[in-house]
Design a protein. Structure first.
Length: 497
């Protein structure tokens, strides 16, 4: 045995420890993978901790030295070098990883503004859309982190400030690219195709919208709703201009007259009118047929709304009946009482339907839309408007609010919720605050003009832009989203009372 040990020692000095390990493994005493796992385990944990703290970015020097030592230890292990040297390098790497992880705490405080700017730029995909600026920002940031590691706090802050500015510039460039690159490409195509000679008005509109979108991003990059809408409109008008240019060129090539163009433009309206079983007439222009189509669509929308409401009412009745049947089957001794309660509830629901029908006729289409959600009655006041950024009710809307008061009186002893809503333009916090003020203004108006209205039964709530009912990308949609909803909660007998 002693002889075997001496031979292993002689071989290890001559060929390295890996030969010894192979000999031992060959004897079934150890497994090489277990040796490496044990040897590198603590260092790997230190590396993972440093990575989790983002030390490669916030403490580049310490982290870089630690990683260098770790890789050297791995390389030496793979080549079967001396274990003692490998352990020393791993121990040194762990010390540097620990220093790097500790340094990140100071960096997070000292470089916080630059870190935030970097995160915002990354979220805007600046690495793809503003690659050169992103590279410069990264260089300055690493310089700042390096200065901080060296103890030069002032130098670190100076370079962090420079990095922050570059990141912000990169972020803005990336946002503009995201929103406007396609439009810019379309405008370049339009210039090459001389679109300005055939569709100058539409092309100029596209350019102005793109300029407005860019200006909006320059002034308010963190509330992108307005800029996005302008950019989408600009893109549409650029494509529109290209289409019009091609259409006009083909007309000229085919030697078509203005009369041909006008007759072609009537064809789609004729098709729509035909599908409505109506006759399109253009002897006085497009307005008559257009209004006819709009009226047809509105009527069908109201019919769908009414059918949906009727279906919901029936579903509610069926649910109530099923619940009552189940309860009555379980409590046969109280059938008479249950039938009475069921009858009262059904009668109350029928009363609500009749009251709903009466107030539905109170408002014109432009003033409000009245509908139900289960047993709640909602009066959506499209006709009540506020000045931009204001919450004061103008006298011209008093007559509309008088109709609202009459509708509320139709449901005595009911609870009310006044909901304020805005479109998506403007910051979220400002929209929320404005919607709350407007809802409260309507609440105070109703309380001041309805002496029998209990303040405890009237709640004002602002939802800001969080509950749109239409597309915020169109002017008409935004007008619908800027609204006050009066929600009437009728006093119904509770099930099982």
């Amino acid at each position: 045995m002693a002889y075997f040990a001496k031979q292993l020692k002689r071989i290890s000095h001559r060929f390295g420890w890996i030969v010894v390990l192979m000999a031992v493994v060959g004897s079934g005493l150890l497994q090489a993978q277990d040796i490496k796992a044990t040897l590198f385990g603590e260092a790997r944990e230190a590396l993972a901790t440093a990575d989790q703290a983002n030390a490669g970015l916030l403490s580049p020097k310490h982290y870089g030295e630690a990683l260098k030592l770790y890789r050297e230890a791995e390389n030496e292990y793979d080549k079967g070098r001396n274990l003692d040297n490998i352990r020393k390098k791993l121990k040194a790497s762990m010390a540097y990883f620990a220093k790097a992880a500790e340094a990140t705490k100071l960096a997070e405080l000292t470089l916080s503004l630059a870190i935030k700017a970097r995160s915002d730029a990354a979220q805007a995909e600046a690495v793809n859309f503003a690659a050169e600026l992103w590279r410069k920002g990264e260089e300055k940031f690493l310089e700042a982190a390096g200065k901080l590691e060296d103890g030069d706090v002032n130098g670190a802050r100076k370079r962090a400030g420079e990095a922050e500015m570059i990141y912000r510039e990169a972020e803005l460039e990336a946002i503009k690219a995201n929103y406007l690159n396609e439009t810019r490409e379309l405008l370049e195509i339009a210039d090459k195709q001389d679109v300005k000679d055939r569709a100058p008005l539409t092309l100029e509109k596209a350019r102005k919208l793109a300029q407005l979108a860019e200006k909006e991003l320059d002034e308010n990059r963190y509330d992108k709703d307005v800029a996005r809408s302008l950019a989408q409109q600009a893109k549409y008008e650029a494509k529109h201009a290209l289409y019009l240019s091609q259409k006009i060129r083909r007309m000229k090539d085919d030697k078509k007259s203005l009369e041909d163009l006008l007759l072609e433009s009537e064809a789609p309206l004729q098709q729509i009118a035909s599908s409505m079983d109506a006759v399109a007439a253009f002897d006085e222009g497009y307005e008559k047929t257009t209004n006819q189509i709009i009226e047809y669509i509105r009527t069908r929308q109201e019919q769908v709304q009414q059918l949906t409401q009727d279906l919901a009412d029936r579903d509610q009745q069926i649910a109530d009946l099923k619940a009552r049947i189940a309860e009555m089957e379980a409590q046969m001794g109280t059938i008479a009482q249950e039938q009475s309660e069921l009858k009262q509830r059904i009668e109350a629901q029928e009363r609500i339907r009749q009251q709903f029908a009466s107030i539905e006729k109170t408002f014109d289409r432009e003033e409000a839309r009245v509908f139900r959600q289960k047993n709640d009655v909602i009066i959506r006041l499209f006709g009540l408007n506020f000045a931009v950024g204001k919450a004061e009710i103008e006298p011209k809307f008093f007559s509309l609010l008088t109709k609202v008061q009459n509708a509320i009186r139709t449901f005595p002893e009911s609870n009310l919720t006044i909901e304020g809503h805005t479109d998506s333009f403007g910051s979220d916090s400002q929209n929320l605050a404005l919607s709350e003020k407007r809802a409260e203004a309507v609440r105070q108006y109703l309380l001041a003009n309805m002496s029998n209205l209990n303040p405890d039964r009237v709640l004002a709530v602002g939802y800001g832009e969080s509950k749109p009912i239409a597309n915020n990308e169109t002017r008409e949609g935004r007008e619908k989203n800027r609204r006050i909803d009066i929600v009437i909660h009728p006093d119904l007998p509770e099930a099982g009372e």
